[in-house]
Ligand binder design. Sequence first.
Ligand code: B12
Length: 211
Amino acid sequence: MVDLEQLAQQVIGGRADETGRLVKQALDEGMDAQTVLERGLIAGMAVIGMRFRANEIFVPEVLVAARAMKAGLELLEPVFAASGVQPLGTVVLGTVKGDIHDIGKNLVGMMLRGAGFRVIDLGVNVPQPKLLEAVAQHSPEIVALSALLTTTMGQMPLNIRALRDAGYAGKIMVGGAPLSQEFAEKAGADAYGANAPDAVEQALRLIGAAA
Ligand code: B12
């Protein structure tokens, strides 16, 4: 029987192959996918989130852990799709127009997925029509936008206004190095996240789930 604590340790250590192997073994042994997700993958990523916040580890370690988590998630996703386990909510995520930075956005997306959200990642340099189209198509509980440049952070209020004008009534969360809580409030966002664990905490708050 797979030891889920050991699976969590593989995520923490960023060992993608071993993570995938243990997830597959757990499923083959008939273990419930939700249990594998919560007590293996999410438990591991939660430790990474805490260590990242405490400045005990840095971006490279988070990235390799996130990659390991992704390897495990890819094996669980078809099981969830087949069994109809409900995600916490849908997040439409993207880096704003004119901006091609995506390392932070990808981290945010992976941690949101790890927390149980369905994430529709629109990629980088996302023009407003593409964002509006995705929101109309997926009716997300949350739209999450990233900007890394002072020249692109101005896209935030423009996108937020366009989303509201189009009738989007869900929550909007923004982040990226040049942004701040104050900027987010002025832009009309519902939340600002300073880093990926914070993004998860904010997303849970926005949908009314305890962090
Ligand atoms: C890597 C990098 C690049 C890579 C990007 C590769 C990639 N695939 O992303 C490349 C080389 C392509 C690049 C290009 C450019 N870059 Co650059 N880049 C960086 C660098 C070194 C690191 C950014 C990064 O990935 N950080 C690590 C991640 C994990 O952190 P993060 O992005 O901040 O994300 C975290 C939080 O902000 C938050 N977050 C992020 N998004 C979101 C979204 C939500 C919803 C939430 C809640 C939270 C959240 O959570 C994340 C995880 O903790 C920064 C310097 C720096 N120290 O920030 C410069 C930097 C951002 N770049 C800069 C510049 C100027 C450029 C260029 C214009 C350079 C040029 N002259 O061509 C181009 C712009 C291209 C474009 N149109 O976008 C400047 C921006 C200056 C400014 N004030 O505007 C910086 C600050 C460097 C500098 N000091 O001058 N860059």
